[in-house]
Ligand binder design. Structure first.
Ligand code: NDP
Ligand code: 8X3
Length: 251
């Protein structure tokens, strides 16, 4: 309660659900994203509901701009308690030998390097204050590859390795590191993956009740609210008829 929570990619899906759930939890929010208009609309919605919200417009791939935004944070917002590394995406579902170089670069630059940038910029302050919590949004895709998942799965396996590595590196502090690994969550994720092919995206969620952003945000809030001696290190959250990244039973 009353923590300062910074969320990347807060304009849609899981990030937006986290914004709403953490606001409802009484926390102060720093919402970041690329879409300034959406950020302003969300800020208005949450402020009207009584939350304190600051917005920062930057692409997590733009290290210089991210650094500048964080350096210019007003004093009252500098002590970030919770960093939610959520901004991320999949692009394409082609076999590894046919994938797009541009798609690969976008996924690696966003899901791995963007997450690392935010971690590198924010965690030193947590270490100095001897307090903090990093919640990374990994994926079931990081546990095992599935057909066509190749590079996206690799980026989420990297999120697991980076979460585990950071947890080791801060184990001598009270800082906690959580890797949340969702399965099928109905968001804008598949539209992005299929480059705006909405019919193909809708097919991903056919015949199964997928998770929602709220389902993931509930777990993030739980991990944040857990007593200080409890570190929710990793959680795999699947839809009930999903057993793994590639086993999905559709009715
Ligand atoms: P959405 O597409 O709904 O949301 C993705 C968010 O990330 C958007 O706000 C998007 O902003 C933002 N984003 C993407 N690239 C950048 C960037 N370079 N800089 C800043 N923000 C960026 O998808 P989800 O909510 O589903 O995805 C959120 C996270 O959850 C991702 O890391 C994804 O890999 C992970 N995930 C999703 C699952 C799912 O099934 N949906 C399952 C497991 C994990 P913009 O609108 O500007 O593009
Ligand atoms: C998103 C879930 O299974 O589509 O990370 O890769 S999946």
């Amino acid at each position: 309660m009353n923590k300062i929570v910074l969320i990347t990619g807060a304009t849609s899906g899981i990030g937006l659900a986290c914004a709403r759930k953490f606001a409802n939890n009484g926390d102060k929010l720093i919402l970041t994203g690329r879409n300034e208009q959406r950020l302003t609309e969300i800020q208005k919605e949450l402020t009207e509901a009584g939350a304190e919200v600051l917005t920062l417009v930057f692409d997590v791939r733009d290290r210089a701009r991210a650094t500048q935004c964080l350096n210019e944070l007003p004093a009252a917002w500098q002590s970030i308690d919770v960093l939610i590394n959520n901004a991320g995406l999949a692009m394409g579902l082609e076999p590894e030998y046919e994938g797009s170089f541009d798609d690969w670069e976008t996924m690696i630059d966003t899901n791995i390097k963007g997450l690392l940038t935010m971690t590198r910029l924010i965690v030193p302050g947590m270490v100095a204050r001897n307090a903090g919590h990093i919640i990374n949004i990994g994926s079931v895709a990081g546990d095992a590859a599935y057909a066509g998942g190749n590079v996206y799965c690799a980026t989420k396996a990297a999120v697991k390795a980076l979460s585990d590595g950071l947890r080791i590196d801060v184990a001598n502090t009270p800082i906690r590191v959580t890797n949340l690994k969702p399965g099928l969550v109905e968001t804008n994720f598949s539209n992005t993956r299929f480059h705006g092919d909405t019919a193909r995206a809708a097919n991903v969620y056919k015949g199964i009740q997928p998770l929602t952003g709220d389902d993931i945000a509930d777990v993030a809030v739980y991990a944040s609210n857990a007593p200080a001696h409890v570190q929710i290190a990793e959680v795999l959250i699947l839809a009930t008829h999903q057993a793994s990244g590639s086993v999905i039973v559709r009715k």
